[in-house]
Design a protein around this ligand. Structure first.
Ligand code: GAL
Length: 362
């Protein structure tokens, strides 16, 4: 079926139908599954976490173009708003794109829209976060392993590793299935070994919410009574560390993170953050792009995705599940610098000169 006709069929409101018809009029649409100029919609969740716009978006774009020079890519960022993401996805469905790559703001809330795409014959590739509903493929990292790496590193960093060490847990947004996996993996390492004095879920992964929660934890527990902080990602680490500093906690307890953000690498060099988890962007984008291009061309996804993952609908779909890597001060050089994610010049501000020299970043 012609993609634009397909879009018009599923359009439920007059407004959406008008968009669909306008799109048909403009371009004549494209054939689903292997037509000229396959069109791929890329739906990113927010700009709160730097990776989506800084790493994933340009890399996905480049990788899709490398695999399919005549593919067209349409991006949208939902700015952390479920209704905006639903509308963005609806409009891509109405517009008759050939495949959608989705990082869901809220996997449950997006489920009906994923179902709508499926009914319109548009394959949805879940990217990084396992979206609910009838998805066709998945590209991501082993989320529980991320949590285990964070938990292990935190135990290592709380030097005495003594029973009874008290930690505060800053978990991510539970509507992101990854956040649930990170927490599960971390708890499998931490439970029974430390006392979890406070644990928070952080709505929309917001740095300022983590900051507020950490201030609350410090008031409740006392500044000197926090021996470690489990922060699920670098944004939450940043919010926690700024609250610890504002409350004059000195020395700072070890704090974990995730995403290898530039700010996190600088905090690690400055001795403020203990670690981050690096999920190499390039292979993930490459897997996402390969799945999206194959889906848009109507080709088999098994060929580009060796693993399988169980979805919310009960079946399994082709998946690529990559392995995350711990970064501490000693391994910045060997990971993100070696991979060309950041240059030493980008990471090493003048204030970090001595720290960078010690870490071999010269
Ligand atoms: C997760 C993702 C992390 C982090 C977080 C916040 O789903 O795997 O890398 O960015 O979202 O957006």
């Amino acid at each position: 079926m012609k993609a634009c006709a397909r879009g018009a069929v599923v359009a439920v409101t007059a407004a959406v139908a008008a968009v669909a018809l306008a799109a048909c009029g403009d371009s004549g649409g494209s054939d689903s599954g292997g037509g000229d100029h396959p069109r791929i919609g890329v739906l990113l969740p927010d700009s709160t976490t730097a990776r989506w716009e800084t790493n994933d978006r340009p890399m996905l774009n480049r990788q899709i173009k490398e695999l399919c020079a005549d593919c067209e890519v349409e991006h949208a960022n939902a700015k952390n708003d479920v209704a905006i993401q639903q509308a963005q996805m609806e409009s891509m469905i109405a517009d008759g794109v050939d495949a959608i790559l989705l990082v869901a703001v809220d996997s449950k809330a997006l489920r009906p829209t994923v179902t709508k795409a499926d009914q319109a014959g548009i394959p949805v590739i879940a990217y990084d976060r396992l979206a609910e509903g009838p998805i066709s493929g998945y590209a991501s990292f082993d989320g529980e392993e991320v949590g285990r790496l964070q938990g292990k590193a935190l135990l290592r960093a709380m030097s005495d590793g003594a029973m009874g060490d008290r930690i505060v847990m800053m978990n991510g947004d539970p509507s992101d299935p990854n956040a649930v996996s990170f927490k599960k993996g971390a708890l499998s390492e931490l439970e029974g070994k430390v006392e979890i004095s406070k644990a928070y879920d952080t709505r929309q992964w917001r740095t300022e919410v983590a900051n507020m929660n950490m201030s609350g934890a410090i008031s409740a527990l006392g500044a000197g009574n926090i021996d470690g902080v489990y922060a699920a990602n670098d944004g939450l680490a940043a919010g926690s560390i700024s609250a610890l500093k504002a409350n004059k906690v000195d020395p700072l307890p070890p704090v974990t993170g995730q995403d290898a953000e530039l700010g996190a690498l600088r905090r690690i060099l400055a001795g403020e953050q203990y670690m981050t988890v690096y999920k190499p962007f390039e292979p993930e984008a490459s897997a996402g792009a390969a799945l999206a291009v194959a889906a848009a061309r109507g080709e088999s996804l098994d060929r580009v995705a060796p693993d399988r993952v169980r979805t919310s609908t009960g079946g399994t779909v082709p998946a690529v599940l990559l392995t995350p890597i711990t970064i501490t001060v000693d391994t910045i050089d060997d990971t993100v610098v070696k991979d060309g994610v950041y240059t030493i010049q980008q990471i090493c501000t003048p204030q970090l000169d001595a720290a960078c020299a010690r870490a071999g970043l010269t």
